[in-house]
Design a protein around this ligand. Structure first.
Ligand code: GLY
Length: 310
């Protein structure tokens, strides 16, 4: 079948001066991931490639560029899931690794567990030979500025919280019809030390099942967890809804009851895809065949040829 890859760079309000960085970052990560799929790579290889590229891009709230917790430190969450076998791996509140998504994949591939947290995740990383990086190397000036701003609870508080919701994620269906998802985040700005959000929780920040499809989520973690957003979308698809309807219904439930905003990228097992959000913006891109689709605001969708270099 024709492979498909759909990527997000986080839901929220993206400051005007950062819109270009966000949209270009998501598009070039999508091109990198689609090259993997076109070369016969698996859905899992493609989503991990995309999320690694986005973690290495300081414009996003994942890896380098992560938001800071209340103590001014970086603690990150990530998950991967393979829809072929329902295998999954996650890390939560992990520090000093450049690519939490790759560590999540090692949890999936090398342990019998689904999630390792904090110090245990760090020790596992060292045992696997994953290089330890200084916490400071993951901190950008922008993340430090948002952290300082949020220490003072003024009228900018909500604005800055929303401005740094840039969790990253991807879903894919490969040529063999296998699905996968990957999601990675620094979480919510000024979160309590040890706080774990939706991203590391299976069925919340992501889910993949070849029989239905795959979802990666972004937005207010506590609200996403209350509705188990990723699994809820797949439930609606199982009930016969389209990928758009299923995504919109689940996002509406999240807005109605826990009053949370967010966004999702969704694929079904036939390779139909959607990028939907209830927040003001979400930078997203989708690659299928020779076309790259992308957008930032609701109702916006542009296209580019995948053969054209960015
Ligand atoms: N959705 C990312 C977080 O709340 O941690």
């Amino acid at each position: 079948m024709l492979p498909v890859l759909v990527v997000h760079g986080g839901a929220g309000r993206i400051p005007k001066e950062r819109e270009g960085l966000s949209s270009e970052g998501v598009r070039s990560a999508t091109r990198a991931g689609y090259t993997v799929l076109r070369g016969g790579g698996s859905a899992m290889d493609a989503v991990v490639e995309v999320v690694t590229v986005l973690e290495n891009n300081p414009a996003f709230n994942a890896g380098c560029g992560s938001v800071l917790n209340a103590k001014g430190e970086v603690e990150m969450d990530a998950i991967v899931m393979d829809g072929r076998t329902l295998a999954s791996g996650a890390v939560s509140a992990v520090r000093n690794v450049a690519n939490p998504v790759q560590l999540a994949r090692l949890v999936m591939d090398k342990t019998s567990h689904l999630c390792l947290t904090a110090g245990g995740a760090g020790r596992f990383a060292r045992s696997m030979g994953v290089p330890e990086v200084p916490g400071e190397s993951l901190i950008t000036d922008y993340a430090r500025m948002c952290w300082k701003k949020n220490l003072v609870l003024d009228t900018n508080h909500v604005e800055f919280q929303m401005g740094k919701m840039g969790t990253v994620g991807a879903v894919a269906v490969d040529a063999e019809g296998n699905t996968a998802c990957a999601t990675s985040t620094g979480g919510m700005v000024n979160k309590m030390e040890g706080r774990v959000g939706d991203t590391a929780c299976i069925g919340c920040g992501g889910y993949a099942d070849n029989k239905v499809g795959a979802v990666s989520c972004t937005g207010h973690g506590e609200a996403i967890m209350k509705v188990t957003l990723a699994r809820l979308i797949l439930f609606h698809i199982e009930q016969g809804r389209s990928v758009e309807e299923a995504s919109d219904l689940a996002l509406a439930s999240m807005k109605e009851r826990p009053h949370g905003l967010g966004g999702v990228v969704t694929v079904d097992s036939q390779g139909r895809w959607a990028a939907r959000f209830s927040s003001q913006q979400m930078s997203w891109a989708a690659a299928q065949g020779n076309t790259l689709h992308y957008g930032l605001y609701a109702g916006e969708s542009f296209t580019q040829s995948l053969d054209k270099t960015v």
